[in-house]
Design a protein around this ligand. Structure first.
Ligand code: NAP
Ligand code: ZN
Ligand code: ZN
Length: 360
């Protein structure tokens, strides 16, 4: 097969940053996107958040990456063109796209507004488009997407701080709701205080919960309590602290990106407690039957959220003034940002200033 000419594959010229191999190194990349179709919304990207999933995919941690990878599934911007059949958006609107750009629209999941569980969902980058070409994400100058997968960004939320809600936000909001861990007065643990974790703290506090952060070191303790509003903080390696907190939580949202022990987390929840995994370590986690069975505990998972719920999450965020704590960076800092992300050295989400720093 002839190699793909990324610049000519579609009619409209585009540019961004791509990883070409498992080194994950990002560099400038010229490519192309489709013209605005009748149900499409085209928007100029102003900001794009950096999710740890970007890093997993750039480095092929999950073994399913196809290069070049243009990452980015927390993209926001301003509409520049809409197709003739678009009804919900107009030029100038503030919009965003999260992890999904298409789904089958007819299976039971899609009918249930759970496009995120559709077997034929198309991810924003690194997936196959309906025409067989690869999807390209938000580390790029503009986006074209079916209006169904476009989300409106509420006017009171700044675009840079709102971008991470498109993945980090919905990924923690959805399981809090689905698993019933959203009732005022409940006690929830958040494991890993990174991009997802800090959003979990903010949403859980806005829902009226008691929140305990479980982190690998005491470094983030003061901030977690004073700035993010967490009620308590446990260092996961401190066996004394972990022992004292046994059986106190209704549920846990585990956002950890690397292999880690789940058994100590199971001990933290009460009888009937729920441990919900959202982090995606490349290696399997160890899950013995005894601690699950002996406390009638539940270990669950959750994948982002559907489009309707994503819009609801934005409305909730707007009402409670919730945005991510971001470190805004120029695009040429992106490789350094990835090194820092791998070391958990960011409070709490890098967001790329695409509009002002990405040049053709
Ligand atoms: P992140 O900002 O890097 O946060 C992950 C946090 O996990 C770190 O800040 C760190 O918190 C903790 N951690 C890292 N390595 C650890 C280790 N070896 N042992 C224990 N804790 C460790 O990443 P993120 O963007 O929030 O993403 C987190 C994970 O969720 C990634 O695997 C990502 O792919 C996945 N994800 C899943 C979904 C989904 O739909 N389920 C959506 C988005 C992302 P402390 O410093 O507090 O220890
Ligand atoms: Zn993500
Ligand atoms: Zn479907």
């Amino acid at each position: 097969m002839a190699p793909v000419d990324h610049e000519k594959e579609h009619p409209v010229a585009a540019y961004g940053y791509a990883a070409r191999d498992t080194s994950g190194h990002l560099s400038p990349f010229k490519f192309s996107r489709r013209a605005t179709g009748e149900r499409d919304v085209t928007f100029k990207i102003t900001y794009c958040g950096i999710c740890h999933s970007d890093l997993h995919l750039m480095k092929n941690d999950w073994g399913n990456s196809s290069y070049p990878v243009i990452p980015g599934h927390e993209l926001v911007g301003i509409v520049t063109e809409v197709g003739s059949k678009v009804t919900k958006y107009k030029v100038g609107d503030r919009v965003g796209v999260g992890c999904l750009v298409q789904s089958c629209r007819s299976c039971a999941n899609c009918e249930d507004n759970l496009e995120n569980y559709c077997p034929r969902k198309i991810f924003t980058y690194g997936s196959n488009n309906l025409d067989g070409t690869i999807t390209y994400g938000g580390y790029s100058n503009f986006m074209v997407c079916d209006e169904h997968f476009i989300v409106r960004i509420p006017i009171n939320l700044p675009l840079d701080g709102a971008a991470p809600l498109l993945c980090a936000g919905i990924t923690v909001y959805s399981p809090l709701k689905y698993y019933g861990l959203d009732k005022p007065g409940m006690h929830v643990g958040v494991v890993g205080l990174g991009g997802l974790g800090h959003m979990a703290v903010k949403f859980a506090k806005a829902m009226g919960l008691k929140v305990t952060v479980i982190s690998t070191s005491p470094n983030k303790k003061v901030e977690a309590i004073e700035r993010l509003g967490a009620d308590a903080f446990l260092v996961s390696h401190d066996t004394e602290q972990m022992r004292a907190a046994k059986g106190t939580m209704d549920g846990i949202i585990d956002t950890v990106s690397a292999a880690h022990a789940v058994i100590p987390l199971l001990a933290l929840v009460k009888t009937n407690g729920k441990v919900v995994l959202v982090g995606l370590p490349e290696k399997p986690l160890e899950l013995p039957a005894f601690p699950v069975i002996m406390g009638r505990k539940l270990v669950g998972g959750s994948c982002i959220g559907g489009i309707k719920e994503t819009q609801e999450m934005f409305d909730f965020a707007a009402k409670h003034n919730i945005t991510a704590n971001v470190e805004v960076i120029p695009i040429d800092y992106v490789n350094t940002a990835m090194e820092r992300l791998l070391k958990s050295d960011v409070k709490y989400r890098f967001v790329i200033d695409i509009a002002n720093t990405l040049k053709p």
